[in-house]
Design a protein around this ligand. Structure first.
Ligand SMILES: Nc1ncnc2c1ncn2[C@@H]1O[C@H](COP(=O)(O)OP(=O)(O)O)[C@@H](O)[C@H]1O
Ligand SMILES: [Mg+2]
Length: 260
């Protein structure tokens, strides 16, 4: 089981879009995939057409030790794709988690539930925070994907996420690697191209080769409650996320060198 957290301290950088689209592409490739919604806002849950308010159980029950992970998993309409939803209880969970002993390991430990179906890949959609929930997600993960836009303020915000990954690596999870994913890239924008060149120069060992361009179909699919592969099968966004899944599968199948 290979575990990937999609994390960034900022909101609106495509964490949820990446988790959902990538998950659907892994599932398409016959990888048994589990998505876990760790954001109290529940956008991943609603991105799959489920209403967070109607979810009687959520990832919060697992983090609080009330339910085993297996009892909170839901199948989706897509083969090979399951989800652990979020609901409003996650707000409390995010606040209380830190007061629990060994809270950093709560998610990691829950993934060893013997009743859990076997999954090849688990994707964790983190909320825009560097708090206890994100620390628990990073502690459980083999890799953190950090989506970023090619803009000055996005680059500035990367540092605190990098620092958190390094702190987690030093304290609770020596095996974690991180990879940057450039998203919402505008080919026509000169500034985007310049910033991309800067990123490629400064983070060469840590950047994913696949770049996700701007595609309004991704936005529409989120509103429609479907992954991009189901909403617009042949769209540019779907093709690029398939390419990303392919790139990551080579990582999943053999060890990756640690970058930075
Ligand atoms: N490649 C893209 N092209 C166009 N819009 C995108 C793209 N990726 C994400 N979006 C849109 O940007 C907004 C923020 O994305 P989201 O995944 O919810 O970010 P986060 O989870 O980091 O807060 C959403 O409306 C989403 O549909
Ligand atoms: Mg999100």
């Amino acid at each position: 089981m290979y575990i990937i957290a999609v994390s960034h301290q900022k909101g609106g950088v495509a964490k949820t879009t990446t988790t959902l689209s990538l998950g659907a592409c892994f599932a398409e490739r016959n990888q048994r995939t589990l998505l876990i919604d760790l954001d109290p806002q529940g956008s991943l849950t609603s991105g799959l057409g489920l209403s967070p308010a109607e979810m009687t159980r959520s990832a919060s029950d697992v983090l609080m030790g009330l339910e085993p992970l297996s009892s909170v998993v839901r199948e989706t309409e897509l083969p090979n794709l399951s989800i652990v939803p979020s609901n409003a209880d996650m707000i409390m969970a995010a606040q209380c988690l830190q007061s629990l002993a060994r809270y950093e390991y709560k998610l990691k430990d829950s993934l060893t539930d013997p009743a859990l179906s076997p999954y090849d890949i688990v994707l964790l959609d983190c909320g825009p925070s560097l708090g206890a929930l994100t620390i628990a997600a990073l502690t459980a993960s083999d890799m953190a994907i950090i989506p970023t836009q090619c803009e000055y303020f996005s680059l500035q915000a990367l540092n605190s996420t990098f620092e958190l990954v390094r702190a987690v690596r030093a304290k609770t999870n020596t095996r974690i690697k991180f990879r940057l994913l450039v998203t919402m890239f505008d080919l026509r924008g000169k500034l985007h191209s310049q910033t991309l060149a800067y990123i490629q120069q400064h983070f060469s060992a840590a950047i994913l080769q696949t770049i996700i361009g701007f595609d309004s179909k991704l936005r529409e699919s989120q509103v429609a409650g479907k992954p991009i592969t189901a909403y617009a099968h042949g769209s540019r966004g779907a093709l690029q996320y398939r390419q990303l899944a392919e790139e990551l599968l080579t990582y999943v199948q053999r060890p990756v060198p640690q970058a930075a």
